[in-house]
Design a binder for this molecule. Structure first.
Ligand code: FAD
Length: 513
């Protein structure tokens, strides 16, 4: 048995051990970092938040976190690391809201820039014939919505969840049910201010420094840190008619989605979900939606293991409610959903756009938000989506109790092929998201294994998938992801971040030392 003295020694040893670790970490940070003339400050302690993300699957602590007080702070820091050249292994990651899945906003042993601290770039709404808002790269989309609604304006293109930053989603694409009409968020930006990997502050747009502008959009943070973005706005509706219907077969579900996509007068938002082996789905909807036909809805018990939910919205102002009803009914009459499953509700525009946050609050209360999220997001060409669906829904995946599966089409014509994002070479392609939550290590392993099976099947069957929010670890994988565009991607990296300082958590380029 250990004596009290032995315990005391052990305690002191552990305590000293911790001090020593901190001391070593501090020494690793070049002393010069502390002397940089900043408006904000570095922190060298309490780095654990910067080593975590929403995915909860990987954790790499930085040596320092920069809380920038100005854009100059970001430029000075990046320039400083750049000038150290190959003598230093330091890298720099901009961290938006840390909602990456596999460590993309982390910088192992490097500097993490907490973009949400960048308050010097004030949000400014510019009403007028072509309205826009200037927002900081570290601004949350929910704040952009809040501010623009004061002018009865709002951005045109969204993500399903608004507690993400402007710079974070623009580094990916930013997709949701409005993408079919307006393109992804990266198709709705007029101008950006960017700090490159050399520490230069550059204003860019389709007319000015256009190569950097396009490189950074969907560029996974590889070419610069977005400090400001000018986002196109449109008049905001006050209300939204939010509709859900169910399909029993994939063909009529996707044919209807595609018909709505190309219809001249159509919905404002179109998404879809795959529902595998979930009983009482209509009962679940009742808490927030109203059935059109309550009696038939209560009797609805389909035999099919796999169902498909089409979700749509129509924007309106209260005085236009009758016209909205007529338009919605005309559109619904062209669809082949199963009639008892027609549900709808009317909510404010804010309530609709911020809908995932309501789920977040419920999940947080149950301790089910901060769990691992082994998500898989895919982009699949229209020509192979049926082959994919036949194998994956019901065969590889026998249920989706771990989280929603999204599936909806978008049009390539709304995407700009000069940006860095990779999309299939077909006019219509599908966004498919397996948004799993894993409760416990076995569940993580099980879900990652299913993800692997889906990818392996897709590769073998030549489905032509691309990953959205890509997660690769080797150069051959990244080369295959970018395909013919790899050379351009690499060339842009050499131009804007030649030492590979930026966004190391994407694991595309390694800083040479
Ligand atoms: P971070 O995760 O912090 O950063 C993402 C990457 O961008 C990192 O490599 C980082 O270094 C880099 N980066 C961050 N800020 C900047 C900047 N200012 N300049 C340059 N690089 C930067 N995506 C969709 O498209 N549609 C959705 O509907 C959608 N829904 C989501 C719902 C939830 C609940 C979650 C967790 C994510 C969702 N996403 C969606 C994914 C989201 O777009 C990504 O997670 C994205 O990374 C945004 O998160 P963030 O702002 O926290 O950025």
């Amino acid at each position: 048995k250990k004596s009290l003295l032995q315990y005391l020694k052990l305690f002191l040893l552990l305590g000293l051990g911790r001090v020593t670790t901190m001391h070593v970490a501090k020494q690793d940070v070049p002393a010069s970092l502390v002397t940089l003339p900043l408006d904000g400050h570095f922190s060298f302690h309490d780095l654990s938040t910067a080593a975590r993300d929403f995915g909860n699957l990987s954790s790499s602590p930085p040596v320092a976190v920069l809380h920038p007080g100005s854009v100059a702070d970001i430029a000075i820091t990046v320039r400083h690391v750049f000038l150290m050249g190959h003598h230093s292994t330091l890298t720099v990651a901009a961290r938006g809201h840390g909602h990456s899945l596999y460590g993309q906003s982390q910088a192992a042993g490097g500097i993490v820039i907490r973009m949400e601290s960048l308050r010097s770039v004030r949000m400014q709404v510019h009403p007028g014939a072509s309205p826009y808002v200037d927002a900081s790269g570290g601004e949350l989309w929910i704040n952009v919505l809040d501010e623009t609604l004061k002018y009865r304006l709002a951005p045109k293109s969204w993500t399903d969840y608004l507690h993400l930053t402007v710079g974070g989603t623009l580094s990916n694409a930013g997709v949701s049910g409005q993408t079919f009409r307006h393109g992804p968020q990266i198709s709705n930006v007029n101008e950006m201010e960017i700090v490159t990997g050399r520490g230069d502050v550059v204003t860019c747009s389709p007319e000015q420094n256009s190569d950097l502008f396009h490189a950074a959009l969907g560029g996974l943070g590889q070419f610069g840190i977005i400090t400001r973005a000018r986002i196109a706005l449109e008049p905001a509706p006050q209300m939204v008619r939010w509709i859900r219907v169910l399909y029993l077969d994939f063909t009529s579900f996707t044919e209807d989605q595609e018909m709505l996509l190309s219809a001249e007068k159509t919905f404002d938002y179109i998404e879809g979900f795959v529902i595998i082996n979930r009983e009482g789905i209509l009962n679940n909807w009742r808490s927030s939606f109203n059935p059109q036909d309550p009696v038939r809805a209560s009797q609805f018990e389909p035999d099919e293991e796999v169902l498909f939910c089409l979700e749509m919205t129509k924007n309106f102002n209260p005085e236009e409610a009758d016209t909205m009803e007529q338009e919605v009914n005309a559109l619904l009459s062209q669809l082949r959903y199963t009639p008892p499953s027609l549900f709808h509700t009317d909510v404010t525009y804010m309530e609709f756009l911020d809908r995932v946050h309501y789920s977040e609050m419920k999940l947080r209360a149950k301790g089910m938000w901060e769990v691992p999220h082994p998500w898989l997001n895919l982009i699949i060409p229209r020509s192979t989506i049926h082959k994919f669906a036949r194998e994956v829904f019901g065969k590889i995946l026998k249920d989706n109790n771990n989280g929603p599966i999204l599936l909806y089409p978008v049009s390539r014509s709304r995407w700009d092929n000069r940006t860095s994002v990779v999309i299939p070479d077909e006019e219509i392609f599908y966004l498919v998201g397996f948004l799993s939550s894993a409760l416990g290590p076995q569940s993580v392993e099980h879900t990652l294994n299913l993800n692997m099976q889906i990818i392996e099947f897709s590769n073998k069957a030549s489905i032509g998938v691309k990953q959205y929010l890509p997660n690769y670890t080797t150069e051959p994988e990244w080369k295959a992801h970018y395909g013919a565009r790899w050379d351009t991607f690499q060339q842009r990296k050499t131009t804007y971040d030649p030492l590979a300082i930026l966004a190391p958590g994407q694991r595309i380029f390694q800083k040479a030392s």
